[in-house]
Design a protein around this ligand. Structure first.
Ligand SMILES: Nc1nc2c(c(=O)[nH]1)N[C@H]1C(S)=C(S)[C@@H](COP(=O)(O)O)O[C@H]1N2
Ligand SMILES: [Mo]
Length: 403
């Protein structure tokens, strides 16, 4: 077998993985045009489960092909979310990709010439490390229903669709410059190698979403390491984008190709999904880009706490910059007091905070935290509704029982 031919589908060695698996498209024969598309081709096989890593119930709440981090599992952790508990959001399932045969292809009208990089090329270009939060646009969605009585369809996240990792890789800018990005390029569309996404019988193709060239040239990384380890399969091995401040969907995993265009690009992931529709939004919806301000307690949802003085811990973050103030209320929003916060030196990550609390006695309480970021944006009492339930930014009412 020609190892340099990335168009060949590796035979599924696991017998249970082949019948009916989503990657059973036969490899094109020599000289035969690629049927699906020219650039994104399967270079691996489909595992047995949509998520490969273990999902122990003390670390995750699982919603189908998606797993959210339990906030109590962040208690005692440093700045980074360890890989074993970092949330996973998959539209279909984690593909197992053979890095030897993998290529990252750059193409399009906005480049002087197409470029193909091997995994080795990418590693040798690796020069950048950054601590960056990735948060799903749908994080907090279930709270539209439970707190505001306006349910929205989709993954019913509580607040565990967020994590911070130390990413290492190549600035996207470096790779775009290698390929000779032209002055009139406007959009950059990364595309994943996971199976095409089919919803209600409609095949939307592979997960892809355009980014303006200005953002692509600014602070976006092509990451191949996560917290000092090779990128795990669930998080995009061999390479993914990391787009600071933007909704997680921008950070395309299992990168296969990147189109650079001199005309605006669209995909269902910025026209149909991951767009703000509903009251207060334009007729055709408004674009969804930067994430807002959020706060979470490092507590189980519903928590049982002992009586007496104790220190509560939590984290607050914003896609727009550093969080500069956090306030906590333990009486349903009647009174607020400042939490002790450790403001990070750089934006893009969360602020860790603590709050000393002495419950007045046994019983049920609602804990609330609200943060303000360096742009002055503060979490509102209620989040603005949008029909797909993105960007729940309201103050979250965390139920606890003191015994
Ligand atoms: N190729 C591909 N990239 C993807 C996705 C996907 O399903 N396929 N999911 C996106 C979404 S919606 C989010 S929130 C992040 C989640 O990254 P994680 O699974 O590493 O936490 O990946 C994004 N990148
Ligand atoms: Mo997401």
């Amino acid at each position: 077998m020609d190892l340099d031919d990335p168009t060949r589908t590796e035979p599924a060695t696991d017998p249970a993985a082949s019948p009916g698996s989503r990657h059973d498209t036969p490899a094109p024969r020599e000289g035969e045009p690629l049927r699906q598309d020219k650039y994104a081709v399967p270079t691996g096989r489909q595992p047995l489960t949509p998520i490969v890593k273990p999902l122990p119930p003390d670390l995750f709440v699982v919603h189908g092909s998606t797993a959210e981090t339990r906030w109590e599992s962040m208690r005692g952790q440093g700045l980074h979310t360890p890989n074993d508990r970092f949330f996973v959001r998959n539209h279909t399932g984690t593909p197992l990709i053979d890095a030897e045969r993998w290529r990252l292809r750059l193409h399009g009208s906005g480049l002087r010439e197409p470029l193909a990089l091997t995994y080795g090329d990418l590693l040798s270009l690796g020069s950048a490390t950054a601590d960056v939060a990735i948060e799903c646009a749908g994080n907090g969605r279930s709270l539209f229903a439970s707190q505001q009585g306006t349910p929205a369809p989709g993954v019913p996240w509580r607040l565990g669709g967020v994590g911070v990792a130390r990413w290492h890789g190549v600035p996207l800018r470096t790779v775009l410059e290698l390929a000779g990005v032209t002055e009139d390029a406007v959009d950059v569309m990364p595309r994943g190698l996971d199976a095409p996404y089919v919803e209600d019988g409609v095949d939307h193709g592979r997960v892809r979403r355009p980014l303006p060239v200005a953002k692509a040239m600014d602070d976006v990384l092509i990451a191949f390491e996560m917290n000092g380890r090779t990128l795990p399969p669930d998080h995009g091995f061999p390479a993914r984008l990391v787009v600071p401040g933007w909704s997680g969907i921008a950070s395309i995993k299992w990168l296969g190709d990147i189109e650079v265009s001199t005309t605006p690009l669209t995909s269902p992931w910025n026209t149909r999904f991951y767009r703000l529709f509903g009251p207060g939004h334009a007729e055709g919806g408004d674009p969804l880009t930067v994430q807002g301000v959020r706060s979470a307690f490092e507590l189980p949802w519903e928590a049982t706490l002992p009586a007496g003085r104790q220190v509560l811990h939590g984290r607050s973050w914003s896609g727009r910059g550093r969080v500069v103030e956090v306030e906590v209320s333990a009486d349903g929003g009647g009174t607020w007091a400042r939490a002790r916060a450790r403001v990070p030196r750089r934006p893009g990550v969360w602020t860790r905070w603590e709050f000393a609390w002495t419950p007045p006695g046994p019983g049920a309480y609602v804990l609330m935290a609200r943060a303000t970021d360096e742009t002055g944006a503060r979490q509102p009492d209620a989040a603005a509704f949008n029909t797909l339930g993105y960007q729940f930014g309201g103050v979250v009412r965390h139920p606890v029982t003191v015994v």
